[in-house]
Design a protein around this ligand. Structure first.
Ligand code: PEP
Length: 250
């Protein structure tokens, strides 16, 4: 089996003012005084503090990411942010296709793919999110839904550019519920198979993150599963102490 360096990304969503940079400082000191982290550490804060988070990374190693980007490079898109702007602010990653974007903003696989392409064009690594709803899982469609999302959301250049896939069952996000270890391992194996069939060799080393109620309590178990190459963490990434515990569980 190929070794893939794990990555833990925090998704702050619409949480975090400038005052929250104290959590970044706290995380930075945990990361620099403790044992060296065995994972790449990424924080995706609101865009208003992205530059500050990215700047703090110079000494702590914390990498910064955006939470979304527009598919176009520039233009008449009031309120939107381009991938190039995120890169300009210091981001190296950007989340695309998060289920909250898909449901609250009606984002389709086609749009997510366009956003991922824009991200790659700007030199960012897209973290492409997929995941089934609870009713899709209950009706036995979880793997087929995810396969369709992967086929539609990952650009064809996904073999040449580094992309990251995040499997986030919608019903596990912010609920405190998670799939069983077996269910996670089965889904990640199915995602791996899809990536290898589509991209060949590079599909072997594409990171597949798990996301959905990852907490200090369950991180170690989930992160030890086959084909789980890290995590995308929402709520538990807001407190430096909890996020650091998860990072240390790698
Ligand atoms: C997320 O929204 O990406 C997420 C994983 O959230 P939480 O950890 O809060 O479930």
């Amino acid at each position: 089996t190929t070794t893939i360096s794990p990555l833990i990304a925090g998704n702050w969503k619409m949480n975090g003012l400038r005052a929250s940079l104290e959590e970044i400082s706290a995380l930075a000191s945990l990361l620099t005084t403790g044992e060296a982290p065995r994972a790449l550490v990424v924080v995706c804060p609101p865009a208003t503090i992205l530059h500050a988070v990215a700047s703090s990374g110079a000494t702590s190693g914390i990498l910064a990411g955006g939470q979304d980007c527009h598919p176009a490079a520039s233009g008449a898109h009031t309120g939107d942010i381009s991938a190039g702007m995120l890169a300009d602010a210091g981001a190296q990653f950007v989340i695309v296709g998060h289920s909250e974007r898909r449901t609250q903003h009606g984002e389709t696989d086609e749009l997510v793919r366009a956003k991922a392409e824009a991200a790659m064009g700007a030199g960012l690594k897209p973290i492409i999110c997929v995941g089934e709803t609870e009713s899709e899982r209950d009706s036995g469609e979880a793997e087929s839904v995810v396969a369709r999302q992967l086929a539609g959301s990952i650009p064809d250049a996904g073999g040449q550019h580094e992309v990251i896939v995040a499997y986030e069952p919608v019903w596990a996000i912010g609920t405190g519920r998670t799939p069983t270890n077996e269910e996670i391992a089965r889904m990640h194996a199915s995602i791996r198979q899809h990536l290898v069939e589509r991209f060949g060799e590079p599909g072997q080393t594409t990171r597949i993150l798990y996301g959905g109620s990852m907490k200090p309590m369950n991180a170690r178990e989930i992160l030890s599963l086959e084909n789980v190459n890290g995590g995308l963490v929402g709520g538990a990434s807001l407190l430096a102490k909890d996020f650091y515990t998860i990072i240390s569980a790698v």
